[in-house]
Ligand binder design. Structure first.
Ligand SMILES: NC(=O)c1ccc[n+]([C@@H]2O[C@H](COP(=O)([O-])OP(=O)(O)OC[C@H]3O[C@@H](n4cnc5c(N)ncnc54)[C@H](O)[C@@H]3O)[C@@H](O)[C@H]2O)c1
Length: 253
């Protein structure tokens, strides 16, 4: 039981995680652009700073868990906004809030990555720019690319940064992990199902189990990653996709 800060707490996976953790007795502080304890726009540096300041104030700088679920699909929003929310809205928060997690009994960050993180080359100038952290440059670069670029680049860079931070932070005892959902029935996915081009494509991405995941299934894994049962799990991404990745990449692990 402890203080858990969750971004994207108003909907989908973030909301399910909030409900699950509260039912276990945790105190959850939600951050979202609407319907949350802390209303903040994570697409801007000012909004992120507001979220950070409020989270520190509301927890007395004692944070046990941090779940970063706020995100945009990138299909109905501009690429620059997607990269700002999905990448900078995650990285800026975990870097700024990590000191408030040091010294807690089993502190852990859980990020939401995506199976689309696989669709980027490891050696790519966009990834280099994201690691450099120049948001204006990244926003300009992403706007020259295709519609889905903001989403997949953000998730790929995040997947790698988690591994870097895991070893950097281990001496301070702060773990960082990720849940990688396969297609999960949330308002984000519902909005894409209605798109005449994307709808049929999504159908073809159904997991080998013949169904999509539920937000509650993701919340269960998030709660596990934050729990004492996961106290030696660090830098690990758990794929929660009904076997989709195993089907698509049977000889890669
Ligand atoms: N649903 C899926 O199939 C799926 C698959 C892989 C990864 N993910 C990831 O899981 C996370 C949660 O997705 P979801 O499906 O629950 O989506 P969702 O749309 O249901 O929830 C996303 C939340 O983020 C918030 N948000 C968006 N822009 C914001 C901003 N500028 N500032 C603050 N909050 C903002 C929204 O208000 C919303 O509450 C996302 O990071 C998404 O990329 C989802």
């Amino acid at each position: 039981m402890g203080n858990v800060v969750i971004t994207g707490s108003a909907s989908g996976i973030g909301l399910a995680a909030k409900e699950k953790l509260e039912s276990q007795g945790d105190r959850v502080i939600g951050i979202d652009i609407r319907d949350a304890d802390i209303i903040a726009d994570l697409s801007t540096p000012e909004g992120r700073q507001h979220a950070i300041d409020q989270a520190l104030a509301m927890t007395g700088s004692e944070i046990d868990g941090l779940v970063l679920s706020a995100g945009l699909s990138g299909m109905n929003t501009p690429g620059d906004m997607t990269i700002s929310v999905n990448y900078f809205g995650t990285v800026d928060l975990f870097d700024a809030l990590r000191p408030a997690m040091e010294g807690r009994p089993n502190p852990c960050v859980v990020c939401l990555v995506s199976t689309s993180s696989r669709f980027v080359e490891f050696d790519d100038p966009m990834i280099d720019a994201l690691f450099e952290g120049d948001e204006a440059k990244c926003r300009a670069m992403i706007n020259t690319m295709d519609k889905g670029a903001g989403y997949r680049y953000a998730k790929h860079a995040l997947a790698r940064l988690i591994r870097h931070r895991a070893s950097e932070w281990a001496p301070q005892g702060v773990r960082i992990t990720a849940c990688v959902p396969g297609m999960t029935d949330t308002p984000m996915v519902d909005s894409l199902k209605e798109d005449p081009e994307l709808g049929p494509l999504l159908e073809s991405m159904t997991s080998p189990m013949g169904r999509n995941g539920t937000p509650e299934e993701m919340a269960g894994v998030i709660a596990f990653l934050l729990s004492d049962a996961a106290s030696f799990i660090n830098g690990t991404m758990i794929w929660v996709d009904g076997g989709q990745d195993a089907r698509d990449n049977p000889d890669v692990f």
